[in-house]
Design a protein around this ligand. Sequence first.
Ligand code: GLN
Length: 268
Amino acid sequence: MKLEEAKRIGKEFLKKNNIDEREARLLLAFVLNVSSDELIRTSEITEDKFEEYQNVLNRRVQGTPFSYITGEKEFMKLKFKVNENVLIPRPETEILVEEALKYKPENVLDVCTGSGCIAISIAYYSKQTNVSALDISKAALEIANENAKLNGVDVEFICSDLFENVNRKYDIIVSNPPYIETSVIDKLEKDVKSEPHIALDGGVDGLEFYRRIAKEARKYLKEKGTLLFEIGYNQGENVSKLLMDNDYKNVRIIKDLSENDRVCVGNI
Ligand code: GLN
């Protein structure tokens, strides 16, 4: 079959199902295992590959996120492997990484690391920082480990329910914990709902992890240490209050590029 024909079928199918039709070309390149440039120079697709393409399009339409199909996602200009055991890194989270890098810390702990995107980016862009990262999920840590290797950095990964297995102090603790209210999860887009619930569910009010981390992190921060959280667009006030209630100083909020509250910072 002509490649143009396959692409047209893909585009129409995605559009009919309210998915960005531009993904058709990207998924075609993925199935054929070629870059976008090489795709331009391809004119035919075999029957087998077309069938594979249709399977991929069906999975996409049934709600599998694009990145779970291709198995990767770019974050901070680095490539990360992803699968159903980890949250797909979001562009907003880059704000948290950029903020943490400004401190030029000697050592950093990333709590709830998932794919490892935060910890690995910090290690990559600040060569002199020692980075540790924890997660309760062994399956997530396997991916995080692979991602550290893929990006050529050393990160110490710890399997731990928050600080349970942490036994030292850090200049900076960062976290993008699960922060969606339990009752809201069912109402999310199909794509998001197929990400691990354990990575999304922030308890009844969405603040459960902020509460636990804000309270416990003090013991694992060095003198004048800093806690940085990613937060939901509507959580600025609540999370700031939580930090102040736990005696953090200089509590402040940083907005993302869409002018939403995105990061909350406090010092001990
Ligand atoms: N820290 C990871 C990220 O930002 C995972 C976050 C999570 O699972 N809630 O992508």
